[in-house]
Write a protein that binds this ligand. Structure first.
Ligand code: UD1
Length: 331
């Protein structure tokens, strides 16, 4: 298949593009490097030994984006391109709505115009808001607590509306839990610009000494050690979930939604202790107040993806910690 990957230089996009190329698919990447860099293009080529089309453009630039559709016969789209920092989205809601929703509208218009009917959409467990219990199934009530999350939910809602009337569309909505880890080669991984918001990138920056210590946001949650519990999933497992969804799109016409998680919850201390043990590096930390908007625990029930896609996460928390560090220490 010839697959357009928007945001293909980003963290999850680059790993998915790599898996697609290794599985023998043709890939076209569109990325404007808003949270990535041109070297990712070369690194994907180096890992896979394969070439692909690359367009350094913003999806909002409809004229140039349309050329991608004119110049290629696209079978399917995997749509990652989006701004994704929760705190920033609260500060700059308009920017988030304009970028995430606006660019998706351009994409959907072009897909319709050029008769591209297969789509995998990158959503997030953030659409479950404050879940009443765990594990979380796809049937849980949806709600969001910040503009970033709202952009994901709005796009999901748009897709549900569009698919009701356009029966030619095949769409998989994938709700990721907490992606961590990196490619085994150490050539691609998560390298956020500025001070990271998420736990694993913060830990890796403490490990190099770039940041002095980790702030643990609360140790008084109702969890096994008082710190927040999340469903960390290796980015390679996540990437493979995209391949499986893509392969099944034609078997499951219409719209399908899957949780991509391991089904296991680990606390902040679990992650810090495993990182220290497996990599032999001490991670200094201090306990600070809870981060506004955080919840005690959030982990998936991945049964639906296990059964319907024949997919399950293979890597454990030790691999996640080892591979995150293997990538980041090479920076
Ligand atoms: C966050 C976003 C979520 C987004 C996801 C992407 C918030 C509130 N939620 O999820 O919308 O989809 O990232 O991966 O930002 N922690 C610390 N110290 C830190 C950073 C985090 O103690 O410096 C703790 C948090 O309190 C939480 C856990 O680590 O218990 C994981 O945090 P994080 O990596 O930011 O992910 P989420 O909050 O689950």
């Amino acid at each position: 298949m010839k697959i357009l990957v928007t945001g293909g230089c980003g963290y999850i996009g680059s790993h998915t593009a790599t898996e697609l190329l290794e599985a023998g698919h043709e890939v076209i990447i569109v990325d404007n490097f808003s949270n990535s860099s041109p070297e990712v293009v070369d690194n994907i080529k180096e890992i896979t030994g394969k070439d692909f089309e690359f367009y350094p453009i913003n999806l909002l630039d409809e004229e140039n984006f349309e050329n991608v559709f004119k110049e290629n016969f696209i079978d399917a789209v995997i749509h990652f391109a989006a701004l994704k920092a929760v705190g920033e989205s609260v500060e700059k809601p308009l920017e988030y709505y304009n970028n995430n929703i606006g660019s998706t509208l351009v994409l959907f218009r072009l897909m319709k115009k050029y008769n591209v009917n297969n789509l995998v959409f990158s959503s997030s467990a953030t659409v479950y808001g404050n879940p009443i219990t765990c594990p979380i199934t796809e049937e849980f009530t949806l709600s969001v607590t910040n503009p970033y999350g709202r952009t994901k939910l709005i796009i999901e809602d748009m897709l549900r509306d569009i698919c009701k009337v356009d029966k030619s569309l095949n769409v998989a909505i994938l709700r990721y839990f907490n992606p961590v880890g990196a490619h085994k080669s150490g050539k691609i991984g998560e390298n956020p610009k500025g001070i990271p918001n998420n736990l694993m990138p913060y830990i890796t920056k403490v490990a190099t000494g770039e940041l002095k210590e980790l702030n643990v946001f609360g140790d008084d949650y109702e969890t096994h050690d008082g710190t927040g519990v999340r469903d960390y999933i290796h980015v390679i497992d996540l990437a493979k979930g995209h391949l499986k969804s893509l392969e099944k799109l034609n078997e499951n016409p219409g719209l399908v939604t899957y949780n991509l998680g391991t089904g296991k919850g680990y606390s902040v201390f679990d992650l810090v202790n495993t990182f220290s043990r497996i990599n032999g590096i001490d991670i200094p930390y201090k306990i600070v107040g809870r981060r506004p908007g955080d919840i005690a625990e959030c982990y998936s029930d991945p049964t639906k993806a296990n059964k319907e896609l024949g997919w399950s996460a293979k890597y454990g928390i030790e691999d996640m910690c080892k591979d995150s560090w293997n990538f980041y220490r090479g920076k």
